[in-house]
Design a protein around this ligand. Structure first.
Ligand SMILES: [Zn+2]
Length: 68
């Protein structure tokens, strides 16, 4: 198999309740229990239920570069 272009960057994300951006959760799959996510964009720190967690694209600007 061969791929053209960049692969689609999918992650387990939640829709931030503050700014509505797709925030990465750091999970590898949709968890069975609620998780707490802090939005790096607006700082909203909320608990999200599994029904609110989905696989999708991370909003532009929210991909963590690994720089701390
Ligand atoms: Zn936010």
């Amino acid at each position: 198999m061969s791929f053209h272009g960049a692969p689609t960057r999918l992650a387990i994300v939640v829709a931030c309740k503050g700014c509505q951006k797709a925030v990465p959760t750091g999970e590898r799959s949709i968890p069975d229990n609620p998780i707490t996510v802090c939005c790096p964009s607006c700082g909203e720190h909320r608990r999200y239920r599994p029904t609110e967690i989905y696989e999708g694209r991370i909003s532009f600007g929210l991909i963590q570069s690994g720089k701390r």
